[in-house]
Design a protein around this ligand. Structure first.
Ligand code: NAD
Length: 250
């Protein structure tokens, strides 16, 4: 019951790492809002998980590229739950394309979801949490926030931006009782990897000294720690959950 009495918003909560994080928070006694796209599986998951864990699990349709939808997500969540103690800023998309071929549209879409979306959600969270006098924001970055990868210019730019934006937000928010951290997953077995062919995937697995892909639950456990009071002196960090990927490179 490490999250008892806490209300948590998870963006991109209908799938993969987000969904695993929703489950872990419910298991630990939180009330959770799954914020994901209209047409995602979020509504079904919220109903199923709320029953399964006998806890409050709501779905709110929210596209993180739309400021009005993000602000409404927080206003509605506060109206229904009373407060928001933790946010997992997790919604994101992948994207592989040679840099000389990528269109403005493709490039800007990745930046708008993976970087600007993280800022929109963090800003809305800060406004609520400053009013409450505290809270924890966790941004989903990546090993690709600190290392490059061929054909992933927009993705790596966005994740690198998330890592450094996290530091800035952490410094700014600390005096007001709000902690801001990032998580850096290695390659995790979620639908995001479905676009990769098997040869590429096997090569990527070999880059993790632990010798396998990560599981969404393993990232969810890191979120749970950073969201909880156990991390009360942790802010501005980029916690790697990467099976040793970065250790092998440094
Ligand atoms: P996923 O595809 O399983 O889940 C992503 C979720 O985000 C989906 O439910 C999707 O509907 C939602 N989403 C997409 N665009 C959105 C938008 N505009 N507004 C709101 N929700 C939106 O992927 P995942 O692997 O669980 O990814 C979660 C996060 O983890 C992403 O930020 C991703 O970049 C990051 N990450 C993943 C890996 C990996 O290997 N899977 C590695 C490092 C970082």
């Amino acid at each position: 019951m490490r999250m008892k009495g806490k209300n948590v918003i998870v963006t991109g909560g209908a799938s993969g790492i987000g969904l695993a994080s929703v489950k872990r928070c419910l298991q630990e006694g939180a009330s959770v809002v799954i914020a994901d796209l209209e047409g995602s599986n979020g509504q079904v998951q919220a109903a199923r998980l709320g029953d399964l864990y006998d806890s409050r699990c709501l779905f709110k349709a929210c596209d993180v590229t739309d400021t009005a939808q993000v602000d409404r997500l927080f206003a509605d969540s506060v109206a229904e739950l009373g407060s928001v103690e933790a946010v997992f800023n997790n919604a994101g998309i992948g994207g592989i394309c040679p840099s000389d071929e990528v269109t403005d549209e493709e490039y800007l879409r990745i930046i708008d979801i993976n970087l600007n979306g993280v800022f929109r959600v963090a800003r809305a969270a800060l406004r609520v949490m400053y009013g409450q006098g505290g809270g924890s924001i966790v941004n989903c970055a990546s090993i690709l926030g600190i290392f490059g990868q061929s054909q992933a210019a927009a993705y790596t730019a966005a994740k690198g931006g998330v890592v450094n934006m996290t530091r800035t937000l952490a410094i700014e928010a600390a005096p007001k009782g709000v902690r801001v951290n990032a998580i850096g997953p290695g390659y995790i077995d979620t639908p995001l990897l479905e676009a990769l062919d098997d040869d590429l995937l096997q090569g990527l697995i070999r880059l993790h000294p632990i010798g396998r892909l990560g599981r969404p639950e393993e990232v969810a456990n890191a979120f749970l720690f950073l969201a909880s009071d156990e991390a009360s002196f942790v802010t501005g960090t980029h916690l790697m959950v990467d099976g040793g990927f970065t250790a092998g490179k440094s």
